[in-house]
Design a binder for this molecule. Structure first.
Ligand code: ZN
Length: 444
């Protein structure tokens, strides 16, 4: 197989992964499925664990965060653990608990904005609904399953320009009023067409459980709207990937593929957390104890754990801002990453990124050895810098960390754009990171 066809296969599978992952629950489920297929053993946090040399494991929390680990057999304190981190969530519209709204003869769905969504991109899209539903099962116990409506069942129509002549100059979006999706025409006197009834019908067709669930048995739900337009390779030479949730399912996929491909004597770990887009402070978020508690169970001896962490390193992978040809002034002139010119090292003097010279030096060395070009990003000194799970994980766990990611356009749009070379290139670098011995914690 040529490397062009390997890259194409990789990108096609990436597109399928994203399409199968409309919510963090589905992304976690899809990663768990792929890990199980590859022979990883599922652990449950409620069980007693017996982690063995040579074992390959994964564990989930809240059905929306996942951690995979390869116990490579070498003593931990000598080699440390190679970690890659990413996040499973993306900005979106979430369905409110009392979702049914009737207005002007239409049945609508109350929604709340999750994270820093670019709201104007949600208009005039063919939207569907997916997420987790908790219901009362046959033995009157609470039980959860995933659901995906799959079909385009909702739309947020724009207001016509004739009714707002200022639209192209200064239309703003009120998230309470202006982006309430339309589901269908409301039939007068019909009380059976409420959202709970629709949800019960969908659970019958597309739910992950087997038993039929009556509308009255639905206890609660966490549902997101998503765009049904399939991810695609676009551009004259198909040099771009256009898709929802590239931030950060692209990095989840790249980390997973690198983990599955890697071999050798290094302990390898991948953690993909939910709730990054809302600050990571949750039981399953990067500011929560998930990774730290895993390390405590893996290495109960405090001294051994501390020594292991001193030899460990985390690559936090989350997309970077590519320099936009229409808005070049938004970047520092010296630091404008270009799509398809390689992964980006993200640096911030105020620790919005966890990168330091030691970790970025290590990453540059890996890129050199993998034959992959590398770029760097620093935000303009007169602009606020974003952040990610890197500095949070580093502060929580105490592991040296680097923040990197592939350059993208339109971050937090309903359809983002990345380069079709960069994800594949990053996979090679992360695979090398997972395999290659590195001398860490021994400064001279
Ligand atoms: Zn992100």
């Amino acid at each position: 197989m040529t490397s062009a066809s390997l890259k194409n296969d990789f990108n096609q599978d990436l597109l399928q992964f994203i399409a199968a992952s409309p919510t963090p629950f589905h992304a976690t489920d899809e990663m768990a499925r792929r890990l199980s297929e590859a022979g990883f053993e599922r652990l449950y946090e409620s069980d007693h664990w017996q982690l063995e040399v040579g074992g390959r494991y994964f564990v989930t929390r809240n059905d929306s965060s996942i951690l995979a680990f390869v116990h490579a057999g070498e003593a931990f304190a000598e080699t440390g653990i190679r970690m890659v981190g990413a996040h499973t969530d993306s900005p979106c519209l979430k369905v409110k608990p009392q979702a049914d709204i009737k207005s002007a003869g239409y049945h609508q769905l109350g929604v709340e904005v999750y994270g820093g969504a670019l709201l104007n991109t949600w208009f005039d899209r063919d939207l569907s609904i997916a997420g987790r539903v908790t219901y009362k099962d046959a033995s009157s116990e609470p039980c959860s399953c995933l659901v995906d409506f799959k079909a385009p069942v909702a739309v947020v129509p724009s207001l016509a320009i004739h009714l707002d002549r200022e639209a192209n100059r200064n239309r703003s979006i009120n998230p309470q009023q202006d982006i309430v999706p339309v589901l269908m025409l409301a039939e007068s006197g019909d009380d059976t067409s409420g959202f709970a009834q629709l949800l019960a019908e969908q659970l019958k067709q597309h739910g992950s459980g087997t038993a039929a669930i009556a509308a009255g048995d639905i206890l609660d739900f966490e549902l997101c709207l998503y765009d049904t337009q399939a991810p695609a390779l676009v551009g004259v030479k198909r040099e771009f990937i256009a898709s929802a949730r590239l931030d950060n399912l692209l990095s989840c996929y790249v980390g997973l593929q690198a983990l599955l491909a890697a071999d050798g004597n290094q302990h390898r770990l991948l953690v993909c957390n939910d709730h990054e887009e809302v600050g990571s402070a949750s039981a399953c978020g990067a500011k929560g104890p998930m990774l730290d508690q895993f390390l405590q169970r893996l290495l109960p001896d405090v001294s051994e754990r501390m020594r292991t962490l001193d030899r460990s390193i985390m690559i936090s992978a989350d997309n970077a801002h590519g320099i936009h040809p229409n808005f070049t002034a938004k970047h520092d002139a010296q630091h404008g990453p270009v799509l398809n010119a390689g992964p980006v090292i993200k640096v911030n003097a105020n620790q919005r990124y966890a990168t330091n010279s030691e970790t970025s030096g290590m990453f540059r060395l890996l890129c050199q050895e993998a034959g992959v070009a590398v770029q760097s990003f620093v935000s303009r000194s007169d602009m606020e810098c974003g952040s990610t799970i890197g500095p949070i994980t580093s502060a929580e766990v105490g592991v040296r960390t680097i923040d990197i990611g592939v350059p993208t356009f339109a971050m937090h749009s309903i359809r983002e754009l990345a380069g079709s070379d960069d994800a594949f290139a990053l996979k090679h670098v992360l695979e090398l990171f997972y395999c290659r011995p590195l001398r860490l914690g021994q400064s001279v």
